[in-house]
Design a protein around this ligand. Structure first.
Ligand code: HPA
Length: 278
């Protein structure tokens, strides 16, 4: 367990990956629960299991393979995370966000982050895709900001701005790609909680009042670290279940993974279109 990861530890991982690939990725893509399928479409793929990398946490969640897949999608060099590291697995914020730091030290300027989320907005249905336009850093509000600890001055400032976490141009590109492909794209605010328990009805009523449209257990720390190092970020949530504000239904991980089957082709179309437009 490591609270604060040093620049040299990040660089060790970046070097090890670089030594195994012959392309320079221009986009990092993080695939969320049940959305791993896209990694199998990567061309000329080099697979690097997280377990082969120094200082690297290994994902333990069912539905998360746990490896980098580096290659081409739509002709663009990408580094895909097939399986992310979650805070609820017991890793520190530094470990959870190490992959984004590695992307930064590899010189990757853009991040596409995806997740499975519960629909808090009453209009959202399971199977919908939501463009993340902003985020609620509830983990940070309770003292779990991934930037706590010594600042990595080589990467970014002590007090980074978060006025536009999700890149406006990328949002517009995603909107037009969704339109061209007849994919209905919802939009809204993603609230990041630590999990692993799902929310109580009272939690969900609170989140709705706070302005959340979707809720999940990831993404927010990764997006903060990405912005700290000035990466441009696109965020997409797959709405896997409807938030249960009155306690009348239950939420299960199986439901989340199952919804991924409907959501993956939609998210894949958007990501492919965005890559073509970059
Ligand atoms: N809550 C939190 N995280 C989630 C949910 C949810 O309802 N669905 C998928 N990830």
């Amino acid at each position: 367990m490591q609270n604060f990861i040093s620049l040299s530890q990040i660089d060790e991982v970046a070097q090890k990956i670089k030594s195994q690939i012959s392309i320079q990725p221009i986009v990092g893509i993080i695939l969320g629960s049940g959305l791993n399928g896209l990694a199998n479409s990567v061309q000329e793929a080099v697979n690097i299991p997280y377990g082969d990398l120094p200082n690297f946490p290994v994902s333990t969640v069912h539905g998360h393979a746990g490896r980098f897949v580096i290659g081409k999608l739509e002709g663009k060099p990408v580094l895909v995370m097939q399986g992310r590291i979650h805070f609820y697995e017991g890793y520190t914020m530094g470990e959870v966000t190490l992959p984004v730091r590695v992307m930064q030290r590899m010189g990757i300027p853009s991040l596409i982050v995806t997740n499975a989320a519960g629909g808090v907005n009453a209009d959202f249905l399971p199977g919908d895709v939501m463009l993340i336009t902003d985020q609620l850093n509830l983990m940070g509000m309770s003292g779990l900001n991934p930037l706590m600890g010594p600042n990595l001055d080589e990467i970014g400032p002590r007090f980074p701005d978060m006025s536009q976490v999700y890149d406006r141009e990328y949002c517009n590109l995603a909107r037009s790609v969704a339109k061209e492909n007849d994919v209905t794209l919802r939009e809204g605010v993603y609230a990041g909680l630590s999990g692993p328990s799902f929310e109580s009805p009272a939690d969900l009523r609170f989140l709705r009042l706070a302005g959340a449209d979707a809720v999940g257990m990831s993404t927010v720390p990764e997006a903060i670290i990405a912005r700290h190092g000035n990466m441009r970020v696109l965020g997409l949530s797959g709405i896997s279940n409807k938030a249960n504000l009155d306690g009348s239904t239950i939420t299960t991980h199986e439901e989340v993974i199952e919804a991924g089957r409907v959501i993956t082709p939609k998210i894949e179309k958007i990501i492919r279109g965005v890559l073509r437009g970059l």
